[in-house]
Design a protein around this ligand. Structure first.
Ligand SMILES: [Cu+2]
Length: 129
C-alpha cells in the first residue's frame, strides 16, 4: 500500500471514529424525556400499562417529565407501594389533574421504581445509566 493511500485510510478511520463518538454523545445525551400517564389508568388494565414508556432508559442528569393524560387525578411517587418508608423519598408530585406535569432530574445511576399513591397498582420504572 502506498504512503498516500495509507494516509487516506488512516484519515478515513479517524473521521469514522470522530463521527462514532458524536453518535455516542447523542445516544447518551441528557435529552429531556417525557412519560405519559395513559388514559384509563385509574382502573386495573389487563396489560398493566399505565405509563408510556415504562421502563424507560435515560442518562444520568436527565430530566424526566410525567404528563397526566388521564381524566382522573394521579400522583408520581418514587419507590414502591409496599415500602412506605421509602415512598416519596427521592421525588413526589402533588395531585395531578388532567394535563398537569411533574418533573424530576435523575442525578445518579440506578433503577428507580415509581407509582401512583391513589392507584397503587400503577407501577413504573426509570433506568438511569
Ligand atoms: Cu393514579
Amino acid at each position: 500500500m502506498s504512503k498516500i493511500s495509507t494516509t487516506l485510510l488512516l484519515t478515513a478511520l479517524a473521521v469514522g471514529l470522530v463521527s462514532l463518538s458524536i453518535d455516542a454523545t447523542t445516544i447518551f445525551a441528557q435529552t429531556p424525556t417525557s412519560i405519559s400517564i395513559l388514559p384509563g389508568s385509574s382502573a386495573v388494565k389487563p396489560d398493566n400499562k399505565y405509563y408510556d414508556p415504562s421502563p424507560v432508559n435515560v442518562a444520568v442528569g436527565t430530566t424526566v417529565t410525567w404528563t397526566n393524560n388521564d381524566a382522573t387525578l394521579h400522583t408520581v411517587y418514587s419507590g414502591e407501594p409496599d415500602d412506605p418508608e421509602q415512598s416519596g423519598q427521592l421525588f413526589k408530585s402533588d395531585f395531578m389533574s388532567k394535563g398537569k406535569t411533574f418533573s424530576h432530574t435523575f442525578d445518579t445511576a440506578g433503577t428507580f421504581d415509581y407509582y401512583c399513591t391513589l392507584h397503587p397498582f400503577m407501577l413504573g420504572q426509570v433506568v438511569v445509566k
